[in-house]
Design a binder for this molecule. Sequence first.
Ligand code: MRU
Length: 356
Amino acid sequence: MDTMRWKDGSLILLDQTKLPVKMMYITCTRWNEVRDAIRILAVRGAPAIGVAAAYGMVLAAYELLKNNHTITTSDYIADLQRISKKMDAARPTAVNLHWALSQVMTTVNHMTAATAWEITKVLEKQAIAMQHEDVSINTALSTYGADELLKYTNKPLTILTHCNAGALATAGVGTALGVIRALHKKNRIRMVYADETRPLLQGARLTATELMSDGIPVTLITDNMAAWVMKTKGVDAVIVGADRITGNGDTANKIGTYGVSLLARAHHIPFYVAAPVSTFDLTLKTGTEIPIEERNPDEVRCIGEVAISLKNASVFNPAFDVTPHENIKAIFTELGVLQNPDSYTISKFFKQKEVL
Ligand code: MRU
């Protein structure tokens, strides 16, 4: 299942809202179609929306050229800036979206002496490179994560995961599911418990499907079973993805992750985050500063198309929550394993790696 494909100047997205019942693709030829696909979660997962947004900006650039063959570079740049802000607003929590758009706009702003056409060609190359780079980032962090887990045991592992941090959420093998895939390659997965992940069921619809299609043993559970599974099924570790990690290691991820981290703590089960460096937002000190997306109340009032409450039931629907860094044993990144994340270990890690 390819999450996205760039073909003949169009972005083809696998429509994840339809999975696993139907495999349908959305062909985007305009930037606002990409923004809408991000909004409705046709493409979702922090790294995937970053790459999709970069392609969305390429579509925007081509649209500007098509609408005005003689557009000046300064008008073109101003228009791209305006569009990038609109794209960025599609989903506020995952910082990878903002990161990818900043990369694009940095390129644009460094090319003021070039023509709009030349800049567009560079943006296209940049988006393609970003997609390829995500593949190698996933592989690197997955290898680090699997090696780290295997330090502690020779036995096959039982892992619990939440939401979908897999191939569908990235351009590669995934982050949390990338680690699981790397462990499976070494015959070290006994079982993966996948939380269904209400309200939109990314665990049931996407994670269970991805793992089953790779022949990785997976058992689907409802979210409220996680504590009992931890108590009775010998869970060795929890691994999740991330949408934004602040300077002290507090981590935003799909709603329910915070609860899972508390349950893991109560059962003395190590809780790991797998995420690329682009998920760190060191402009924020703590998780309280992370903007949390609130989505349409109907996502809670319904399961798929079926209503499960009164139409006017009052609803709270945050799409993400924040796991405090104290609950996280380590973060697996493409640069290595960041142990015991806090302000000190994070700034030391990035200083040593000489990035950010
Ligand atoms: O709302 P979603 O489906 O985009 O939420 C996705 C998650 O929370 C993932 O765990 C996160 O983006 C990491 S994906 C590698």
